[in-house]
Design a protein around this ligand. Structure first.
Ligand code: GLA
Length: 729
């Protein structure tokens, strides 16, 4: 890693191990131009790539062809309304109603390490691990400043970017948009890759062609949502898992976002990523600073796999803070699909006793333990233990579980309030709602206005009391609806456009408080399944529930999409009962185990009631977890085959960083009668080393496994699977 500035030519160069990112200050005016980003180049002067001498796109000089220049020049940060008609990075409106800006270079500083982003989750690293460049720009005709921040890391090809806007004008300004990054590049024939989905169908990856105009994924739901990920990638047309150039972008944020590619009349692409400009309007008083969230960018010359591995490395090493990230998590059993709301201490202890026999290590009590929560219509906000329902106190329950030899965990939903709750009856104005309008309900609940400090303090305080009252090792923090009826009685009218972002900031503050107060509790975030599976939340919790859909076949595409960006060790994945509650499908218990082993691993079923032959398989599965989890958590991930693409089989591999071992998971979703076994090429091993493959005689060179491959088990049944362990001879 390195960052340099050539002061004579005014060129900035960022180097990661395999990539270069080059910017230069152009023209007398000082536009900050984007010259190159891609695989590592020589240290040559690349300013010719700015193309500032081509008629009529020259820098302004006499201002004759300013519009031609502004609308084609590749910039690092795009002002608004002056002639660049592409999506702008920023839009500032003054008291006079005008919103024109042109940002020009002022100065820079290069520092070792990386400053934190105030109030926001962001990557971190020590002085030896990363370097940061800050470039200050100023609006040509006013005292508005933008500081662009770029960090590079020693151990990954990721560049972390963010922007800070400062109002130095002495007058009030409204920030109508503040994107985290804008990247301009030539369209060398890319396709856009994004993830879309729905509840129980999260994170499904798909390519689309890039047509002139704009294509985007976004959320205006107040949280990341199950409908889209704050991610997009541009992949060369013939790029695949292991070859071809791919640019990937993901936003470290958990609210409304826009991820967009725009192709203009000159075949330039502009990638934009940041807080969605709709529902966003931030008042900047004189002297105020606005910090936009961080975006992580990767250029991979080794296909989608290279992009994923870079994201995994940076997220593991520089974003997840939890001490649990490098530790085996206790194998849990969660009672949601086992009992839904129908449980008491006796039932939970019966599950715990049976679970203990099979090597399960923690019981998690899901929704339904508080207030009068006998179903999902009531009591959110009333965080007192329903001892009448449980039949005991929480402490007695937790002690009982501990006495059996299991840890104990609990479900909470701090950001919600039921209309039928004491909290709502006491403080109806604490729900996010517009006075005089009937707010929309979802799952018969409202969102609690946690931007009001007293509301946040009240629920946090009550929940903290409960957590302290018993021996609790794990918390599942859920959030089961989107934000509507945007209004907070704590904000003046002119600041109402700040609510969505303020909500996310308040959530981060609450989670920060939680990790500070309960440093030893393992936190798993969740939002109706995977609706808040994003890099922002990983700053607080080392794992996130990936989807309510626990069907092992459905999970193949869900987990494949998730693993495009996120390390396997943070994907919440459980074995559940069949017929599956969401699809009605029956998949062998063994296959359900193999698929869940690609994530955090656990169970979500009534172990006292499942068939004995399934129960008999659990000790083997928990042993496999202990055997392979360190590898799955820390290794390099390779996507070998995709059921989402081929409709018949799925295969992925995790290779240890030292390439001494690998685990291949094979899932044959559809059996083929009267046919040969499928051969899979196994990448990522040391080409010159010899390996033993479990189930095969002799040894094989890494290059043999990568080029010739090995046959996968051919089962005469659908939905069968196998784990294949490979180890250096
Ligand atoms: C959400 C979660 C589930 C479960 C329920 C409880 O849907 O995703 O796992 O916790 O809430 O109400």
């Amino acid at each position: 890693m390195n960052i340099t500035f050539d002061s004579a030519k005014r060129i900035f160069r960022l180097e990661t191990e395999n990539t270069s990112y080059v910017m230069a200050v152009a023209g007398e005016e000082g536009y900050l131009g984007h010259a190159y980003w891609g695989p590592r180049t020589g240290e040559d002067d690349l300013t010719y790539l700015l193309r500032t001498e081509e008629y009529p796109f020259r820098p302004l000089r006499d201002n004759r062809d300013g519009v031609a220049f502004l609308s084609t020049f590749h910039k690092e940060f795009a002002g608004c309304g002056a002639g660049d008609f592409r999506e702008s990075s920023v839009r500032l409106t003054g008291e006079d109603g005008a919103s024109v800006s042109r940002f020009l270079y002022r100065g820079y500083r290069i520092l070792r390490g990386k400053p934190a982003l105030e109030g926001l989750p962001a990557t971190f690293g020590g002085e030896e691990e990363c370097m940061t460049l800050e470039i200050e720009l100023k609006d040509a005709d006013s005292d508005v400043f933008a500081v662009l921040s770029y960090s590079v890391f020693r151990d990954s090809d990721v560049i972390a970017r963010s922007v800070k806007i400062r109002n130095g004008t002495g007058k009030r300004l409204w920030l109508d948009r503040a994107l985290s990054l804008t990247v301009d590049m030539e369209d060398d024939g890319y396709r856009m890759l994004a993830m879309s989905g729905a509840w129980a169908r999260e994170h499904i990856a798909g390519f689309r062609d890039i047509a002139p105009g704009k294509q985007s994924v976004s959320s205006l739901r107040g949280v990341t949502s199950s409908e889209a990920q704050p991610f997009l990638a541009l992949a060369e047309k013939d790029a695949d898992q292991e070859k071809g150039r791919v640019y990937g972008f993901v936003l470290v944020y958990s609210g409304n976002f826009l991820a967009q590619v725009e192709k203009n009349q000159f075949d330039s692409l502009r990638v934009s990523l940041g807080i969605h400009p709709d529902n966003f309007r931030w008042l900047l008083e004189p002297g105020d600073v606005f910090q936009a969230p961080e975006a992580l960018c990767v250029c991979s010359a080794s296909g989608l796999g290279g992009m994923s591995r870079s994201f995994h490395d940076v997220i593991r090493e520089h974003l997840i803070r939890s001490p649990w990230k490098d530790r085996e998590r206790p194998i849990l059993i969660n009672n949601w699909e086992a009992t839904y709301f129908d449980f008491d201490t006796e039932k939970l202890l019966a599950i715990a006793r049976e679970a203990k026999k099979s090597g399960i290590e923690m019981l998690v009590m899901d929704d339904g333990w508080f207030g009068r929560r006998y179903d999902d219509n009531t009591s959110l906000g009333d965080w007192t233990v329903n001892e009448e329902k449980l039949g005991t106190s929480l402490k007695e329950l937790a002690d009982g579980v501990n006495a059996i030899g299991l840890k104990f965990g609990i479900w909470i939903e701090p950001e919600a309030v039921s209309p039928d709750s004491d909290l709502f009856r006491e403080h109806p104005d604490w729900a996010v709602a517009v006075p005089g309008r009937v707010p929309t309900r979802s799952r018969n609940q409202y969102v609690l206005d946690i931007t009001r400090k007293e509301a946040a303090d009240r629920v946090y305080g009550r929940i903290a009391e409960v957590l302290k009252s018993a021996s609790i090792s794990y918390v599942k923090w859920d959030m089961n609806r989107y934000l509507t009826d945007l209004y907070s009685s704590s904000l003046p009218a002119e600041r109402m456009g700040e609510l969505s972002h303020r909500y996310v900031l308040a959530l981060y503050e609450m989670q920060e408080r939680f990790v500070r107060d309960f440093p030893h509790v393992l936190l798993e975030n969740c939002s109706s399944g995977g609706a808040r599976f994003d890099p922002g939340m990983l700053y607080y919790s080392p794992q996130i529930w990936c989807s309510d859909d626990t069907d092992a076949v459905e999970r193949l595409a869900i987990q494949e999409g998730t693993a495009l960006v996120y390390p396997l060790g943070c994907m919440g994945a459980h074995v559940s009962d069949c017929p599956n509650h969401y699809t009605g499908r029956t998949v062998p218990f063994e296959t359900r185990g193999h698929v869940a082993l690609a994530g955090t691993f656990g169970y979500e079923l009534d172990i006292t009631r499942i068939p004995q032959e399934d129960r008999d398989l659990i000790p083997g599965q928990t042993a496999a977890y202990h055997r392979y989890n360190a590898l799955v958590r820390s290794g390099d991930y390779y996507r070998v085959a995709s059921y989402a693409e081929n409709g018949a089989y799925d295969c992925w591999e995790v290779v240890s960083k030292d390439r001494s071992e690998a685990l291949v998971t094979w899932v044959q979703v559809k059996a083929r009668p009267y046919h040969k076994a499928r051969v899979m090429r196994i990448p990522g091993l040391d080409p010159d080393a010899a390996y033993r493959v479990e189930g095969m005689e002799g040894t094989f060179a890494g290059r043999t496994l990568a080029e010739a491959g090995i046959p996968m088990p051919a089962f005469q049944e659908d939905c069968r699977s196998a784990l294949i362990y490979i180890v250096k001879a």
